[in-house]
Each structure stands twice: as C-alpha cells, then as structure tokens.
Design a protein around this ligand. Structure first.
Ligand SMILES: [Zn+2]
Length: 563
C-alpha cells in the first residue's frame, strides 16, 4: 500500500467496455464509429463524475486507432492508441472552460483547429464545462462549430445543459449521461478492491456508493479515503463511523417507534443522532428516502428501485410488511413537508420533534379502541433528571387528513399539535377506568408557576429569527391559573397574533417538558393600568429617561435626538 495511486486516476476506463454504468450510451457511440457515422460536434451532458470526459477521451482514441476492433473498441496497442494512453497524442486537445473561458482562449483553440493531424485521422477538441464560456467566447466559437474542417470533431461536456445556448445545442449530437446506479458502482468498487488486494464488505461498498450519489469519481476517492484509514480492511462499521454516514439502522429503529406510536423513544433516538453531530436536514432527508425505500419494497415490481445490498434488502422487505400502505403514504408526505420547511424554520430541533410526534400518531388504533397503552418516557430536559418509571397514556386515534396535510404548522390558524395532544388527554379522561388512575396522574404531572416559567424561558431563548416574538415571550411571563391553564397578558394585538401562531410549536414543547398534556394557554391584552413595557426605541428611551434624569442633560448637551 506504499505506492498507493489515487484510484480515480488508476482505474480511469481505457475502453468503452470499461466505462461503468453507461452501457446504452457507449453502445451507441461504438455503433457510430463502426458505421462511420460521425458527427462534427457532440454534447455530453450529465452530473459530475459519471464518465463524460472519460468517454470523450476514449472516443478520441478510438476514432484514431489504426487497428480498430470489430466491436468498435480501440486496440490500445497501436502507435496512436499508445500515444493517447501516455497522454502525448497531438490529436486531442482539452480545454476546461471553467477556468479558460475568455475570447483569447477560444481564439488559440481555433488556431489549432486549422492544422490537420500528422498521424491518425481526427483532431478531437474537448471543451469541458462549456456553459462557462463567456458570451463573447461563445460567439467567437460559433462560426468554427458551424463549419469545422473535416478532420475536426468537437466534444463539448457540461453538467448544466440548460445553461448552454440553443445555438450550440442545435449544432450538436446530444448524449445524456445518467447517474451511475449503486449496484454498478458496488460492482466496480469490488473489482478495484480485488485488484488492490483490499478486503471489503459488500455492504461497506454499498455505503460508499450511496454517499457518492451517482458519481464514480467521487466513489473512488471516498474508497481511497476509506482504504487509508482502515488499513486495507473495509468493514461496514468502519465506513459508517468514519464517513459520518447515517446508519440505516437508526431509520429502522425510528420506523419501529412509529409503528408502536412510541413518541418518547423516537425523541430519544433523535437526540442521540443530533448529539452525534448529524445535521438535522440530513436526518430528515434520509428519513424521507427510508420511507420511500420501504414503499418500493411493498411490490415485487418496484423492488428493483431499491438500491441496497442483499442483506439490508431483506430487512427492508421485512419492515415493509409491517407498515400499512396508508402509513407510508402519509409518512412520506409528513417527512417531505418537514424537509421543505427545515431551512426556514426558526427552531429546527422543535420542527424535527414535531414531525416525529406526527409520524408516531399515524398508526394509532381505530377510534373507540383507546385501551391500548402508549408508553411515554420523559424526554431529555436540561437541568432535570429523567424519571426512571415510564409514564403511560392511551393511544391517540389516527389524525384526520386535515391535521396532517402538508400545511406548514407555523401558518395554520388552528393550533395543530396542541389540539391533538389535548384530545389525547380528553379521550383518556373519558375512557380510563380506576386501574389507570396512577397513569392519568403521572401524565398530568403537577407543576409550579416557576417550573412553567423556566420551560417558557428556555423556549423563548431558543427562538432565533423573530426578535419581536422572543422579546414578547421574555417580557410577558405565563401566569398559572387552575387546571394547568396559564394566562399570558400582552400589550397589543400584534403580540397576541405572534404568540397564537407560535403556540402551535410551544404548547407541545411545554406539554412534553412539563410532562402534562393538559397544559393550555389563554392570551389577554392588558388593560391600560397594567404594567406597560417598552418595545420601541422611543419607548425604551422614555423609560430610561424616567429612571435616570441625567439622560436629559446628556441628550441636550450632545444634541442627541431619540428617534
Ligand atoms: Zn489502436
């Protein structure tokens, strides 16, 4: 392993046959070559690392090969092929338009177009990332592209086809390269591992392939990275740990909590993931894909869409059998909504938690069957030890369509989660018989106003982007009344609106952190004689001025004007 060459370079394909995952496309190219039907210009489109440049080079080599094989492959032994393989051929010119996109760059390229090849038949000009050419360069190039000398072939490559001018597109034969499938990548990585004498578990290579997201070059460079830290023995565990990949194990565990309607377990798993440093957006994106994967396992016909190794495939099939179709449809929808709202959310963790709560409510029993117990364990709460005894509650009936549709929670007028959580409580009060008395009591854990205020402030401090709301929550403290109802006295309708909108999020937060599902809020706008707080700059100034008359002097001496 001392002379370890970066695999992406070492295993660059040298024949069409060795190009990974683009079989139909390479077949078309080979047919064109064997039937002598060459175009003057080609445009290769597709994501990065899928073999566009490699194919362009192989194409250039093949059409210049002096001893072309019957299948349209280069011989790799003739003088021309060897020159190509040793990168000393004069018949290939590569221009990276990402860094050489000026008119001068194009002019010097056009100069070379005129000179016919000394050996071989064709000069091939590869222009990579062609959409990056400046518009002047484009115009300078257009004439040559329209009428190139017969010995010239252009191969333009781009990752962003929509940015290529229509005048260029219409002059090229277009080839769309697809993302390379996980199975194809794993197969190629297995080959590379074997060649390098590296031991590798198939599942580990599967993770690398998934992480590379369709690009072979990325897959090989991740492979190199893994080889160097694992010392030539690539295990699934090592890959998961070192690449900081979210193990699908977590998603299987999360799915189980949803099938059991176990909110607290779901919250704990989320906490574990976040504390391991996984990004919330990745977690939710991964969860969406996981549901999607479970869905495709439901039907033999769609099973081919599952891109995983054989042993994990069985696990997917087994879990999918336990998931009702309706659950998966709804789950994908809920996870996707969370994914969409994640970036703009002010309290990302809470959004994730709410999503999990919603997901856990999808599989409740039919209405009327409320005898079943839902274990709710205390979730982590700063400064408070979790209780050992799990708290039980009745299961929630499945939410109605209106409750779970894709509307972002923040914009709904009806407090969505609090409604369902409160229903949960009511239902229990009505149906729970004396045997469950202790459960009911624990689920309605009494709390003091001080405890309520602490959790209230915790929430307020976590608000990131809405200073107005944050200040309102910090200044207007909850006043505990009876039956776990608290009142918040605000000073104007704007504050009331903000609080009411946000209550969709903070009521469930208070309910879970106080371990009392009955917690509810009412809002009142203060009478004029009640305490008035300063919100605007001038109000603050007035307040300070009353507190400290010296401010008057300061203002006049320095000629300051409060706005
Ligand atoms: Zn040859």
């Amino acid at each position: 392993m001392n002379n370890y060459i970066v695999s992406a370079r070492k295993y660059r394909p040298s024949t069409f046959r060795s190009v990974v995952g683009q079989k139909s496309l390479t077949t078309t190219l080979k047919n064109a070559i064997t039937h002598h039907k060459l175009a003057h210009a080609y445009l290769f489109c597709g994501p990065r690392g899928v073999g566009k440049t490699s194919c362009a080079r192989i194409f250039a080599k093949t059409i210049n090969c002096l001893d072309l094989k019957a299948q349209g492959e280069p011989c790799n032994t003739c003088e021309s092929c060897q020159a190509f393989n040793e990168q000393r051929s004069y018949n290939i010119h590569e221009l990276d338009a990402a860094s050489n996109n000026s008119v001068d760059d194009i002019r010097s390229l056009i100069e070379q177009v005129r000179i016919p090849p000394a050996i071989g038949k064709y000069k091939v000009f590869i222009i990579d990332e062609v959409h990056m050419l400046s518009s002047q360069a484009f115009n300078a190039f257009l004439k040559t592209l329209e009428e190139p000398p017969h010995h010239v072939i252009f191969i333009l490559a781009t990752t962003e086809k929509h940015k290529v001018l229509p005048t260029i597109l219409s002059r090229c034969q277009i080839y769309d390269f697809s993302r390379i499938s996980v199975a194809d990548m794993v197969e190629h990585l297995e080959y590379v591992a074997e060649q390098e004498g590296v031991k590798a578990e198939a599942e580990a290579l599967g993770v690398i392939a998934q992480k590379a997201d369709g690009g072979m070059r990325d897959a090989l460079s991740i492979f190199d990275q893994v080889v160097s830290f694992s010392g030539g023995d690539i295990t699934y565990r090592a890959v998961i740990d070192n690449l900081n990949v979210l193990d699908c194990e977590y998603y299987f565990r999360l799915t189980d909590t949803m099938l059991e309607s176990n909110v607290s377990r779901a919250m704990l798993i989320l906490n574990e993931l976040l504390s391991k440093g996984f990004d919330g957006q990745n977690i939710i994106t991964g969860l969406s894909s996981h549901f999607r994967d479970l869905l495709v396992c439901k039907d033999e016909a769609t099973l081919v869409l599952l891109e995983t190794g054989a042993s994990i495939r069985e696990r997917y099939k087994e879990t999918a059998r336990r998931c009702p179709d309706k659950f998966l449809f709804k789950a994908i929808e809920i996870a996707n909504t969370c994914d969409l709202n994640y970036r703009v959310s002010r309290n990302k963790r809470l959004l994730l938690e709410l999503t999990l709560i919603q997901l856990c409510q999808l599989t409740g029993p039919d209405p009327g069957d409320s005898k079943k117990k839902l274990p709710i364990e205390p979730i982590d709460r700063p400064g408070k030890q979790p209780q050992a005894a799990p708290v039980a509650a009745t299961k929630q009936s499945p939410p109605t369509v209106a409750e779970t549709t894709a509307e972002p929670p923040r914009h709904t007028t009806q407090p969505l989660m609090s409604t369902s959580i409160r229903n949960l409580g009511k239902e229990e009060k009505e149906t729970a018989k004396p045997t469950a008395v202790s459960d009911v009591k624990e689920q309605q854990t009494p709390f003091s106003e001080a405890e309520l205020t602490t959790v209230w402030e915790e929430y307020a401090q976590s608000i990131e982007k809405n200073e107005y709301l944050k200040n309102t929550m910090i200044n207007c403290k909850p006043i505990l009344q009876e039956n776990y109802l608290f009142e918040v006295i605000v000073h104007n309708p704007g504050q009331e609106d903000e609080l009411r909108n946000e209550s969709v999020k903070f009521l469930p937060y208070l309910q879970s952190h106080l371990r009392n599902i009955q917690v509810d809020m009412k809002i009142r706008i203060s009478e004029t004689n009640e305490k008035k707080l300063a919100y605007t700059t001038s109000e603050k100034y007035e307040y300070l001025r009353k507190q400290n008359p010296l401010l008057n002097r300061l203002t006049s001496e320095f000629n300051l004007q409060p706005d």
